[in-house]
Design a protein around this ligand. Structure first.
Ligand code: ADP
Ligand code: MG
Length: 259
């Protein structure tokens, strides 16, 4: 039996079959079982179309699986969504152009009817965490893509969720910006003790960030390997040049099936 007290997300035999408009069935996921512990940094890694986003949406209760069981933060995925147990970050942060950065971060707190002073306070703390204090009164269009993605992270964290779900949050960014955000995300993770589920198709990114990599293989989407990454922390960019890092990258790459 798994250690229930330590379990943050439990997936048991999850399957997802989409029915297309022309009546065909598409099996996006089959038999996915996974135990995510509190404080884990887990990557869902695989090529495009293997069901990563589907799985993340199931965890977020934005999609109902067609089979299997799921618990999130000790309850149903629905309860977790309603009680704001997770924050979510997408590939594009979808910020409101007419709101300042600070007001964008405050928006979910307005929806939750949190008093104004606390909203401001939390928004500023989150902007500090992502290194954007000086840009609080700027507008999204005045920020680079990497900075906009930082705003997306600050906004997701503002509701004080215990889980952070991220769907390819850095894949549209250049390598330099991405590497900086990797280090910053690890710093934020270490500081806040969140459980992070991070979707990516990039093997190096998954190995660098995670303590567990879930390898998803396509046709149909399934969990083909679960690899613990025992590299020391805190991790900095230079770790990518070590033989240990390279060995993990090879191990992960070799675990894909039928790609
Ligand atoms: P990934 O995020 O790994 O690229 P997705 O979860 O988006 O993969 O998609 C997995 C599979 O499910 C793909 O074959 C995709 O075409 C299919 N799919 C996703 N959403 C739908 C949908 N709403 N209707 C039908 N098929 C879908
Ligand atoms: Mg996707």
């Amino acid at each position: 039996m798994s250690d229930m007290l330590n379990t943050e997300i439990m997936l048991k035999d999850i399957g997802m079959v989409y029915r297309t408009n022309d009546g065909r069935d598409v099996t996006a996921l089959t038999g996915v079982s996974l135990d995510v512990h509190k404080g884990d940094f887990v990557s869902l890694l695989g090529p495009s179309g293997c069901g990563k986003t589907t799985l993340l949406r199931i965890i977020a209760d934005l999609l109902q699986p067609t089979s299997g069981e799921i618990t999130v933060a000790g309850g149903t995925s629905r309860e977790a969504r309603l009680s704001k147990k997770y924050g979510i970050v997408f590939q594009s942060p979808v910020l409101y152009d007419w709101r300042t950065i600070k007001k964008n971060v405050m928006l979910p707190l307005e929806i939750m009817h949190i008093p104004k002073a606390e909203r401001e306070d939390r928004a500023m703390k989150m902007l500090e965490l992502v290194g954007l204090t000086d840009f609080a009164n700027h507008y999204p269009k005045q920020l680079s893509g990497g900075m906009q993605q930082r705003v997306g992270i600050a906004r997701a964290l503002a509701i004080q969720p215990q889980i952070l779900l991220m769907d390819e949050p850095f894949s549209a960014l250049d390598e330099f910006t991405k590497e900086k955000l990797h280090e910053d995300l690890l710093r934020i993770w270490a500081k806040t003790n969140k459980t992070i589920i991070f979707v990516t198709h990039n093997i190096q990114e998954a190995v660098f960030l995670s303590n567990k990599v879930c390898v998803l293989s396509p046709h149909p989407g399934r969990l083909s390997a679960l690899i613990d990454i025992d590299l020391p922390r805190p991790r900095t960019m230079d770790i990518k040049e070590t033989p240990e890092f390279t060995a993990y990258v090879s191990k992960v790459r070799n675990s894909f099936e039928g790609v």
